[in-house]
Write a protein that binds this ligand. Structure first.
Ligand code: E4P
Length: 218
């Protein structure tokens, strides 16, 4: 299972990378805005800074919603680094753009996926990743992990190469459920990744071991 970090915060990306378990980064315009990154030149420079930290898989989202605009933006983003994965929304023009990028060997992450039907279309178009947003489905009283299960099952039926990237992962149980289901990737904030470490019995056990070691040295 690949772990991506879902942020544009360079410190968080570096911290996750230093753990040695990070496989990539997902960003979106809201995450860039949260870091105060404004203007095209600064956005491009920020993508480059992210690419300088991680080894691969930096999702960079197109803003255009028409085919020509998406192709222009996506090609410019892909030219920044071979680590870039062009993030494209699941709309009609987006499907055409994903097919275009796929034919040109440019990797894509199809975003804002909320149904199995959308995921099938993205896979048919040749998306590298498809991103169902599970937390946002939970927010509207629909079980997001059920959608992950459904899409994994469908992709398995046809040996689709498209990987299921569980997005909008809000807590550790989301991540563990996605692992049980067999999602290829999960993207989440740093606190979800580091949250996997936490267990009170680990803390108390380590405390006792260290105290007993000290006693044995007295
Ligand atoms: C995925 O690529 C998105 O950036 C992200 O996971 C959305 O998460 P949110 O619903 O917590 O904003």
């Amino acid at each position: 299972m690949k772990f991506f970090i879902d942020t544009a915060n360079l410190n968080d990306i570096q911290e996750a990378y230093d753990l040695g378990i990070l496989d990539g980064v997902t960003t979106n315009p809201s995450l860039m805005a949260k870091e105060g990154i404004k203007g095209e030149a600064n956005i491009i420079a920020h993508y480059q800074a992210i690419c300088n930290i991680v080894d691969d898989n930096v999702s960079a989202e197109v803003i255009a919603t028409d085919f020509e605009g998406m192709v222009k933006e996506g090609e410019a983003l892909a030219a920044l680094s071979p680590k870039i994965v062009v993030k494209v929304p699941i709309i009609k023009e987006g499907i055409k753009a994903i097919k275009y990028f796929s034919d040109k060997g440019i990797r894509t992450n199809c975003t804002l996926v909320f149904s199995a039907g959308q995921a099938i279309l993205a896979a048919k178009a040749g998306a590298t990743y498809v991103s169902p947003f599970i937390g946002r489905l939970d927010d509207v009283s629909q079980d997001g992990t059920e959608l992950i299960e459904q899409i994994v099952h469908i992709f398995d039926n046809y040996d689709f190469e498209t990987q299921v990237l569980a997005a909008s992962v809000r807590h550790t149980m989301h991540l563990i459920q996605c692992a049980e289901i067999g999602a290829h990737v999960a993207t989440c904030p740093l606190k979800v990744i580091t949250g996997l470490l936490k267990h009170p019995l680990t803390d108390s056990g380590l405390k006792t071991f260290l105290e007993d070691y000290k006693k044995s040295q007295a």
